[in-house]
Design a protein around this ligand. Structure first.
Ligand code: GLN
Length: 454
């Protein structure tokens, strides 16, 4: 049934880059066989999921939604996807995303934008962005094409699309999920996580995805907690911090109202609400848009026409010409913009003024959270400053696109677990999300607060 829905919805949503119905069926059959033999089915036994096309999948094209990787078929499987298959899940297909996960609307994909299944309640049919970069994942789960999907989050790419489409998604503590076999964007920030209908499904799937991996030098060597078994919406004795600096002037009234409702729900669940301060919040976005492009410019140096999909070799061209032609044809405009910014901020003469300075700001932001967590257990804030915007509305204005990440980026810079859960609709009938940020390794606290809200 899921395979049929994926095929039927493709022209309306463009959520998938390739469908792999046989893989989903294979997992279903394997699960049936286990059931017949009375063997344990695995945490994700038979569950068909969507895989963001940033995860290397053996024998199945992996593109990062970029022309430069078109036709690249990995000989290996990413650790996270392998763990999901080992837990019994099956792959419905590879999901569309912003090219190299750079974007907040899924409009930078070489394979066309994803269309959110949501519409405003104004009787019109204006197409909306599903958020990004995990826009294929959010659209697929929200349209019920998949019960769950993988996402990755470098500066909000799990949380913001989840908020835009009324689903849940968690970015665990940096290092919980192995980055091995995930196409690298900004290695000190990239983190995988689940996107699903509700908090419980996220807990189940995160258990299957997380765990130490010697192939990733930043992988956390910690046991995976039993998050699902630990779920409890009772927050008695817990303190929830409300960061003063996130109440920005001119904040969208519906977003502010949903935040107030969230505060009331957490109080009802027994939590005590406290005021906290994250004084360096206003520097998070500028620091992120230096650090992430800097790392990207380095990571993307490997796409040269030699090792992966695309090769543009003009007649009589030498090696340098091939590099230039391949990269000119293969990367999209946003990717080129990031490479240029990253190369600039890392260049001799500018390095200290931009990159070193941004790293110092990053430390201050992490310190802000550390101080706040002496007063509270989790922090509650909106996931994004607005509900979903229209396709094309921000695509010509990178700065206004970047501003949409304002609430998501600080937790990424600090490496903290952060989740978005649905928190009602705005006046236009569009979903809003609330974000819960926790202490390092306290996914349980984050999930439990999410459960109290959903
Ligand atoms: N929107 C942010 C960016 O464009 C975050 C992307 C992400 O988390 N992958 O960089």
């Amino acid at each position: 049934a899921f395979n049929a829905n994926v095929a039927a919805a493709q022209s309306a949503l463009n959520a998938f880059i390739v469908a792999t119905p046989e893989k989903a069926l294979e997992a279903a059959r394997a699960t049936d066989a286990k059931r017949a033999k009375g063997e344990p089915l695995g945490k994700m036994g038979g569950v068909p999921i969507g895989m963001k096309d940033l995860f290397a999948t053996k024998g199945v094209q992996t593109t990062a939604a970029s022309h430069i990787l078109e036709g690249f078929t990995p000989e290996y499987e990413s650790t996270v996807s392998q763990k999901l298959w080992d837990a019994g899940a099956g792959m419905l297909g590879k999901l569309n995303l912003d090219q190299f996960a750079m974007g907040s609307s899924n409009e930078t994909s070489y394979f066309g934008n994803v269309i959110s299944p949501w519409r405003r309640n104004d009787g019109g049919n204006a197409a909306l962005a599903p958020g990004g970069s995990s826009g294929g994942s959010s659209a697929a789960v929200s349209a019920r094409l998949a019960p769950a999907a993988t996402g990755t989050d470098t500066g909000g790419s799990i949380r913001q699309p989840a908020a835009f489409t009324g689903i849940s998604g968690i970015k665990p503590t940096y290092g919980r999920c192995s980055r091995w076999g995930i196409v690298a964007f900004a290695s000190s920030l990239d983190q995988a996580g689940p996107m699903a209908r509700d908090v419980r499904d996220c807990a189940i799937m995160l258990e299957a995805m997380a765990g130490f991996d010697p192939k990733d030098s930043t992988s956390l060597d910690l046991p995976v907690p039993a998050w699902e078994a630990g779920l409890s919406g009772d927050l008695k004795g817990k303190k929830v911090g409300i960061p003063r600096e996130y109440r920005m002037d001119g904040m969208d009234a519906d977003v502010a109202a949903s935040w107030d409702a969230g505060i009331a729900w957490l109080k009802d669940a027994g939590a005590e609400i406290v005021d906290v301060s994250l004084p360096h919040t206003k520097y998070a976005l500028p620091a992120y848009y230096i650090i992430a492009p800097a790392e990207a410019s380095s990571n993307l140096a490997r796409y040269d026409g030699v090792r992966y999909g695309l090769r543009d070799l003009p007649d009589g061209a030498g090696l340098q010409d091939m590099y230039a032609a391949t990269r000119a044809a293969g990367f999209g405009a946003e990717v080129k913009r990031r490479i240029l910014i990253g190369t600039y901020v890392l260049s001799a003469g500018f390095y200290d003024a931009y990159y070193t300075q941004a790293q110092k700001v990053r430390t201050l932001i992490a310190q802000d959270f550390k101080n706040a967590f002496t007063l509270c257990d989790v922090i509650l804030a909106p996931t994004a400053p607005t509900a979903a915007f229209g396709l094309g509305e921000k695509s010509d204005d990178p700065l206004s696109m970047y501003l949409n990440d304002v609430f998501a980026v600080p937790a990424s810079l600090a490496g903290l677990p952060a989740m978005s859960v649905p928190a009602g609709l705005n006046r236009e009938g569009l979903p809003l999300g609330l974000q819960i940020v926790g202490r390092p390794f306290d996914e349980q606290g984050v999930l439990n607060a999410g459960l109290a809200i959903e």
